[in-house]
Design a protein around this ligand. Structure first.
Ligand SMILES: Cc1cc2nc3c(=O)[nH]c(=O)nc-3n(C[C@H](O)[C@H](O)[C@H](O)COP(=O)(O)O)c2cc1C
Length: 200
């Protein structure tokens, strides 16, 4: 009887230890649940975001703007950038707070992230998140512009893990997709493909 009780006690302690270890390791390794957040005015960045989405098998959140920006009203894009004006954002249709990492895709306007993305990222909305960034541009984008974007992200307390730029000038959709694929290979090597929910 005494032997059985000792054995039972031993297994109870062992089970408690194993459960405790499992709990601790779940806490140490937060779930990886990636999300692509992007903005696109003339569709180039939408192509990039779609390709990222299919490569990593993850959801996409498109940011929208309530400000008129087509035709003559492209002038609004310029005013936003030159005078650091906030966008008038459309509704954000997904609770992005539970996701990590975040893959940001955004056009460059006047050497900076386009105002709908800047406005979204302002006020430290993605603080503490791991972020990967792909910007699209037409070739008027220098090293110092990239440094300024990197600094902006750091100021918002994001952890930048990878950065790439897609030149869209004169490119077909297929060429933009190919360029996105090479950026993933070259600049985001540690990203797992496809993401599988809770795996680390
Ligand atoms: C208002 C405005 C400003 C832009 N400024 C720049 C710039 O400074 N440098 C550059 O290389 N491209 C610039 N572009 C080009 C866009 O970055 C490029 O076409 C991008 O791929 C557009 O992405 P989208 O089609 O997803 O909107 C600008 C475009 C707009 C509309």
């Amino acid at each position: 009887m005494k032997k059985r009780l000792t054995l039972l006690l031993f297994f109870a302690v062992l089970a408690a230890y194993v459960l405790d270890q499992a709990k601790a390791s779940a806490q140490e390794q937060p779930a990886r649940h990636p999300l692509i957040i992007y903005y696109s005015l003339t569709s180039n960045t939408r192509i990039v975001a779609a390709e990222l989405g299919s490569e990593f098998g993850c959801e996409r959140l498109e940011l929208t703007s309530m400000r008129e920006r087509t035709g003559f009203w492209k002038v609004n894009c310029v005013i936003d950038q030159l005078f650091d004006r906030d966008d008038l954002p459309g509704p954000v249709k997904l609770d992005y707070t539970q996701y990590n990492p975040i893959i940001i895709a955004c056009p460059i306007w006047i050497h900076r992230l386009a105002s709908p993305m800047r406005t979204f990222l302002d006020h430290k909305r993605l603080t503490g998140k791991d972020v990967y960034v792909v910007v699209t541009h037409q070739g008027n984008y220098e090293e110092k512009n990239e440094q300024a974007v990197r600094q902006f992200l750091a100021d918002q307390d994001m952890h930048l893990k990878g950065y790439g730029a897609v030149l869209t000038r004169g490119k077909t959709e297929a060429e933009i997709i190919n360029e996105t694929k090479s950026i993933i290979k070259r600049n985001f090597p540690e990203m797992e493909k496809p993401f599988s929910g809770n795996s680390n």
